[in-house]
Design a protein around this ligand. Structure first.
Ligand code: ZN
Length: 205
């Protein structure tokens, strides 16, 4: 441990900040010194926001998107097209697709992707709850908007097989996105076009 700090409190705050992703000790020190320049009210507001997001945020019981309420604002919006479900890996992908403004259906957040290398199997992500949603009826199309990686392809294939017994079209977003690209880093125009130019998967038995 680096003992050059004149205060144990400073040292502790720097240690906490440097636990954040992408924050080294130098940046952590800069952030802590910035905290010291702020009013107590501002700092209270900051710590309360951090603490409340951890304690109070929920996951939508329908689509597993992040939400302040049991059912998220997207699922409870009657103006959205409830016959279409866009399947994404994580919450950041929901935000990416929303930013394209090309999609008015609902979502399903898997909370991961099938990755045998990382020990993540189909039961570790929200696939069963997706199948249940489709089984309840009313869904006409499921759009798979996963990264075009090997794990994304594996997950697409697994989900399309699981949905094959149901009367629902399964499509994948167009591969304007180059292989290996993470969905969330794709620009809005490209991602929007990829959703519009989706292709139907044909795995029906
Ligand atoms: Zn929802």
């Amino acid at each position: 441990m680096d003992n050059t700090y004149p205060s144990q409190l400073l040292e502790r705050a720097v240690a906490e900040f440097s636990k954040l992703p992408g924050i080294g000790r130098k940046t952590a020190l800069r952030l802590v010194l910035d905290v010291l320049r702020r009013s107590e009210d501002e700092v209270d507001s900051f710590t309360s926001a951090v603490s409340r997001v951890r304690k109070e945020v929920k996951y939508c019981r329908v689509c597993h998107n992040i939400s302040d309420t049991d059912v998220c604002p997207i699922c409870s919006d009657s103006h959205r097209d409830a016959t279409t479900i866009c399947v994404v890996e994580n919450i950041r992908d929901v935000m990416a697709v929303e930013n394209t403004q090309q999609y008015r259906g609902l979502y399903h957040v898997l909370g991961g992707i099938i990755s045998p290398m990382d020990g993540i199997g189909p039961n570790d992500i929200e696939i069963d709850s997706l199948v249940e949603r489709v089984a309840q009826g009313g869904v006409k199309e499921v759009i798979l908007a996963l990264s075009s990686t090997m794990e994304g392809d594996t997950t697409n294939f697994y989900i399309s097989r699981k949905l094959a017994p149901y009367d629902v079209a399964v499509s994948v977003i167009a591969r304007g996105i180059s292989v290996g690209d993470e969905l969330e880093y794709t620009d809005e125009v490209t991602l929007g076009r990829a959703i519009l130019n989706r292709t139907t998967m044909t795995t029906k038995q």
